[in-house]
Ligand binder design. Structure first.
Ligand code: AMP
Length: 415
């Protein structure tokens, strides 16, 4: 593996896997450009050396089909603005040969969403995992994934992976492509190097108390990390939509709140495990409930386990905000992933704000705080607190898997 700092890109074409999976509003406007800004050090170094850039990314989950809703065309202007130079665009990532041939030093070409092709993720389409033909289909897909990656590799002299957000996936552009470059011509970008170091920081030298705050909509998508964190943390705050799965599992009344009815046993199991391991698991006791999923809905404060029918918990209540802050403030290592409420609605940001402010206070008192995952990053940005925590990670799943101690395929492939 080469080191980006030592590599001279002069006269070379570099294909860079970036994570430009940025949130867009209903008009296709970028609402948070952290991920674009995160890639700038790498991209600017390549251009400053006199290299040319071929940028590739995914956006959303188009599941192997062209879907304009996820077109990277929508962010072209934002990338151009961030780089301060024009950005060319190719509508099909596998048909960029001509555009690549014309690319001159200092020029930038953005490829269309890689996931418009199923080969990017390498999952066979239209066939169920249980189907007897699945294994053969998977083998076939692996072959075409190699071809897909090889074609992307053919555009460039050097490969840089700077997409920490997808480093936990062994996809064509994040891992398979690396096989088609010499060890001396493939490397991690600056962002990746920084992210890997931040994770090391949290894992190698845990100062206690270590508090993890996990929020978001569902428990099912976070179960791996929740279970794993229980071996590491002193305090585990679970908040956001998953609160109501826990409340219902314990016999509570949750009105119309978001719930995963098939995860009630799992919730009870988590509570039991936390007890067994001596982890202080903290759940919300009250919530701000609304009579509709709407910023302007009517609200009431009620116990999280006694929500009237027709109302849904959309944010942590005042008692909960206070309890969370009290646990966070004296912590010395803090990890935050996932909001405490529907923070996209201004009226339901209080829980997430209370968490963010307590993290900032702890950081001021010497804690190492790591905030990761698109939504929590959007929160600290919204509250203007991104510069007041120790590290803001661009990775959600990748960050969590790295903290679980798993090897990230995107890092392993270039190494
Ligand atoms: P995730 O993708 O699982 O990390 O969840 C992030 C999403 O969870 C955000 O879009 C929030 O709006 C949403 N969320 C947080 N709290 C709630 C809640 N109480 N009810 C519904 N959605 C929520």
């Amino acid at each position: 593996m080469a080191k980006i700092d030592d590599y001279n890109f002069a006269g070379k074409k570099a294909i860079v896997r970036v994570d430009f999976n940025v949130p867009l509003d209903e008009n296709g406007k970028v609402t948070d450009d952290t991920r674009i800004r995160g890639a700038l050090p790498t991209l600017k170094k390549i251009l400053a050396d006199g290299g040319s850039l071929i940028l590739m990314s995914h956006m959303g989950k188009p599941k192997g089909k062209v879907n304009e809703k996820y077109s990277l065309k929508q962010i072209r202007e934002d990338v151009a603005k961030a780089l301060g130079t024009d950005v060319k665009f190719v509508h099909d990532c596998q048909k960029a040969d001509e555009a690549v041939a014309e690319l001159k030093p200092g020029e930038v070409l953005l490829l269309e969403n890689l996931r418009f092709y199923p080969e990017e993720e390498g999952k066979p389409v239209g066939i169920d995992k249980e189907d007897p033909g699945y294994k053969a289909a998977k083998e076939e897909m692996k072959k075409s994934q190699k071809e897909f990656a090889k074609h992307l590799a053919s555009y460039a002299d050097a490969y840089v992976n700077d997409a920490f957000g997808t480093a936990h996936r062994a996809h064509a552009s994040t891992a398979v492509i690396a096989d088609y470059f010499n060890a001396d011509d493939k490397m991690l970008g600056y962002l990746m190097e920084k992210e890997v170091k931040a994770v090391d920081n949290i894992l190698k030298d845990i100062k206690r108390p270590f508090t993890a705050i996990m929020g978001g909509s569902k428990v099912s998508t976070k179960i791996g990390i929740i279970e794993n964190l229980m071996d590491k943390v002193d305090n585990l705050i679970l908040c956001g939509g998953m609160t109501y799965t826990f409340a219902k599992a314990q016999g509570g009344k949750i009105g119309d709140s978001i719930v995963e009815n098939d995860k009630l046993d799992l919730a009870l199991d988590i509570l039991k495990k936390a007890k067994g391991k001596g982890v202080n698991l903290v759940l919300g006791t009250d919530c701000i409930a609304a009579n509709a999923f709407d910023n302007d809905a009517q609200t009431i404060v009620c116990p999280s386990n006694d929500i009237p029918d027709g109302w849904q918990g959309l944010d942590a209540g005042p008692e909960t905000q206070k309890a969370f802050a009290e646990v966070i403030r004296p912590s010395k290592t803090i990890l935050w992933n996932g909001p405490a409420g529907v923070f996209e609605f201004e009226n339901f940001t209080k829980g997430s704000r209370a968490i963010a402010e307590a993290i900032v206070e702890a950081t001021d008192n010497g804690a190492f705080s790591l905030v990761g995952g698109g939504d929590s990053v959007a929160c600290v940005n919204k509250f203007g607190l991104a510069d007041s925590v120790s590290y803001v990670s661009t990775g959600g799943g990748a960050l969590l898997e790295a903290i679980e101690g798993k090897t990230l395929p995107g890092v392993a492939a270039v190494k």
